[in-house]
Design a protein around this ligand. Structure first.
Ligand SMILES: NC(=O)c1ccc[n+]([C@@H]2O[C@H](COP(=O)([O-])OP(=O)(O)OC[C@H]3O[C@@H](n4cnc5c(N)ncnc54)[C@H](OP(=O)(O)O)[C@@H]3O)[C@@H](O)[C@H]2O)c1
Length: 319
């Protein structure tokens, strides 16, 4: 089968389309014939091997370890085969999943526990957008952010992969949403339900003096001091996006005070939350936004575009 592999760390030029062996599902796995994959900054962090500390824990110190040589996590497609212990799915079922084995390929295995049947009111391409960005948006608001109905939330980076889900999920949770993006994406963010929008190219987020119960920073460019200024007493700041190690250290050292707390979050995909996202889609409360689609052989081009940091919504690879 064809797959996007990388044998060394670097820019999109390290990605190669290669012929490799088709995987065989283990007992608790589902083999998916891939139709669509959504790409995330997570993947280009692995591609580049940056930040460096990632190499210690997961990806290999000097070059990528075998198990992550195929890039990609989010996937949607058709069940091709199932492991002996999997009873929920059969060949031909339409599913979406988060895979640990590299989804930028014609076939990928995913744990049955992280494989979900497609919502009946969206396409496979839309379903492929959900796993990493949808889970991150949900957990940043509901879990790390403890967002309650009626509260005020500021979402920085409201037009990106995570942000477009976060605006809609915050509305579904009953919050009042202020979204921050550039002028060209104001209408998009409004259309997703934001009550107010701030064009960061024209106005500082602190300029209007408004304070919030929750600030979610998907960009990672708000200093700890700015976050605290934006928070009401008892408010929470959730740092989702990463820009530099010194910023993470500053969050760790100075994030907590008597009056507010700013902390970095780390999303963890669970079956319950994947099902929660599916339910929101089926209730018409969540709509994945697809910015661009590229064929598998143009993955390097897609990754370069995503790395630019200005995609409105999700970038999809079709297989
Ligand atoms: N902590 C976790 O567990 C976790 C999980 C998933 C992702 N992440 C991180 O979350 C971040 C966001 O991911 P993503 O998928 O949403 O990325 P993305 O899709 O690449 O985000 C692009 C968006 O960011 C907006 N943006 C760029 N500069 C901005 C600025 N100065 N102010 C406000 N908005 C700005 C852009 O809007 P404009 O074009 O309008 O500027 C664009 O729509 C990444 O750093 C990713 O690594 C963390």
């Amino acid at each position: 089968m064809k797959a996007i592999v990388y044998e060394k760390y670097g820019g999109p030029e390290v990605l190669q389309l290669k012929e490799i062996e088709k995987p065989i599902p283990k007992e608790n796995e589902v083999l998916i014939k891939v139709k669509a994959v959504s790409i995330n900054p997570y993947e280009w962090h692995f591609m580049r091997g940056k930040p460096w500390f990632m190499r210690l824990s997961a990806s290999g110190l000097f070059k990528p370890k075998n198990k992550i040589r195929i890039l990609g996590n989010d996937v949607a497609g058709y069940v091709e085969a199932v492991g002996s212990a999997v009873k929920e799915f059969k060949s031909g079922d339409e599913v979406w999943a988060e895979s640990d084995f590299g989804s930028l390929a014609e076939y990928v295995c995913a744990s049955a526990n992280k494989t979900i049947s497609k919502p009946n009111n969206c396409t496979l391409e839309e379903a492929a957008c959900l796993p990493i960005a949808g889970i991150t948006a949900l957990q940043s608001l509901r879990d790390d952010g403890q967002l309650k109905a009626g509260q005020e939330v500021l979402i920085n980076g409201a037009s990106g992969g995570v942000g477009t889900f976060a605006v809609q999920i915050a509305k579904a949770l009953g919050a009042q949403v202020t979204g921050v993006c550039s002028g060209r994406n104001l209408d998009l963010v409004r259309s997703l339900g934001a009550n107010r929008v701030i064009d960061y190219t024209k106005e500082k987020v602190t300029q209007n003096g408004q304070t919030y119960d929750l600030v979610v920073d998907n960009v990672g460019n708000l200093s700890v001091k700015t976050c605290k200024r934006l928070l009401k007493p008892g408010g929470l700041g959730v740092i989702v996006g990463y820009q530099s190690v010194p910023h993470l250290i500053a969050v760790g050292l100075r994030g907590k005070t008597q009056h507010s707390k700013v902390a970095y979050m780390s999303a963890k995909t669970t079956r319950e939350d994947l099902l929660f996202l599916k339910q929101l889609i089926e209730e018409g409360k969540l709509q994945p936004i697809i910015d661009r689609k590229y064929p598998l052989e143009k993955t390097a081009e897609a990754m370069a575009y995503l790395e630019g940091g200005h995609a409105p919504g999700k970038v999809i690879i079709t297989v």
